[in-house]
Design a protein around this ligand. Structure first.
Ligand SMILES: Nc1nc2c(ncn2[C@@H]2O[C@H](COP(=O)(O)OP(=O)(O)OP(=O)(O)O)[C@@H](O)[C@H]2O)c(=O)[nH]1
Ligand SMILES: [Mg+2]
Length: 286
């Protein structure tokens, strides 16, 4: 087996908020690692997803949305530094844009990465909601004029359409390397962190403006009992009124959140989970 050549590399998934980066990483992995919601700033820190197939290993980094504060223009030093940081030491970069909404932020990001040395794939996402695909052509033309060496792939991260094309492109670009992780590894994030993220996802999906999107979820206990997990999660909010909203009438809301979170956890952890949730008013919320 000594002459068995293996390939391994790191791929950063970047773009503005809400374009579908996390939905895409989950589809590329075939596993839900990163939480998603229709609200902005769902992902708050880098999430790693590891995909291993035969001789190929791809380490994906899902990143928080690059949101440009227009008030701060024209100084884009922050954006520049941020992008530098998230693509440092990666082999490939995937820039995700929304096929229906090209914004000024996308343009700024594109300009910032137009000179990167890594292979760049621009993913035009959400094509499932574009009825007439001809609509995409000016887009593709515009992008190919902006950057010379890039690949453009229209996809639907939601339905999985064309996601395999991204995978094929990545495989061709991966450097020869030993695999960094064993093939059972699907993330470097801890199970405790993933549990807290899943609860946060349910909060973001379930509530509107009444619950601050920065609500904190802490896992107080994560106990593995003969391969079943007992997890205690605390949702920390700032006001008593928010606590009441989350709990709901006779606890009906927290019950649904707990149920949905538990089902997701069981899928990811591949074991039975007992999840206990409660809500606390605390001062640590930003
Ligand atoms: N119709 C459609 N919706 C999509 C698609 N991909 C993602 N979405 C939706 O777009 C919204 C944002 O998706 P996310 O994956 O959370 O976006 P993100 O880029 O990770 O957002 P941040 O973490 O906030 O930066 C969610 O409601 C997704 O269901 C797609 O291909 N088609
Ligand atoms: Mg995200």
């Amino acid at each position: 087996m000594n002459n068995y050549i293996t390939f391994c590399g790191v791929v950063s998934i970047i773009g503005r908020s809400n374009v579908g980066k996390s939905t895409l990483i989950n589809k590329l992995l075939g596993e839900k690692i990163s939480i998603t919601s229709c609200k902005s700033n769902t992902t708050r820190q880098c999430i790693t997803g590891i995909y291993t197939e035969d001789q190929y290993q791809i380490i994906y980094l899902d990143t928080p949305g690059l949101n440009i504060n227009n008030n701060k223009l024209p100084s884009n030093k922050n954006l520049q530094n941020l992008i530098k940081k998230i693509i440092k030491d990666v082999n490939l970069v995937i820039l995700v844009i929304d096929g229906k909404h090209w914004t000024f932020d996308d343009e700024l990001i594109l300009n910032e990465i137009s000179n990167i040395t890594q292979h760049l794939i621009v993913v035009i996402n959400k094509i499932d909601v574009i009825k007439n695909k001809i609509y995409l052509l000016p887009y593709i033309e515009f992008l190919s004029k902006k950057i010379r060496y890039l690949e453009i792939v229209p996809v639907s991260a939601k339905t999985g359409k064309n996601v395999n094309i991204i995978l094929d492109i990545i495989k061709k670009q991966l450097p020869k390397n030993d695999h960094y992780y064993s093939k059972e590894h699907i993330t470097t994030c801890s199970e405790r962190f993933i549990a807290s993220e899943i609860i946060r996802e349910k909060l973001m999906r379930f509530f509107g403006e009444e619950i601050p999107y920065r609500s904190i979820v802490e896992i107080e206990n994560f106990i593995n009992k003969q391969n079943n997990y007992d997890i205690n999660g605390v949702i920390i909010v700032r006001h008593n009124s928010q606590k009441k909203i989350i709990i709901g009438h006779k606890g009906n809301k927290i019950k649904i959140i707990g149920e949905q979170a538990r089902l997701d956890m069981e899928k990811i952890f591949k074991t039975q989970v007992r999840l206990y949730l409660w809500v606390k008013v605390g001062s640590s919320v930003h």
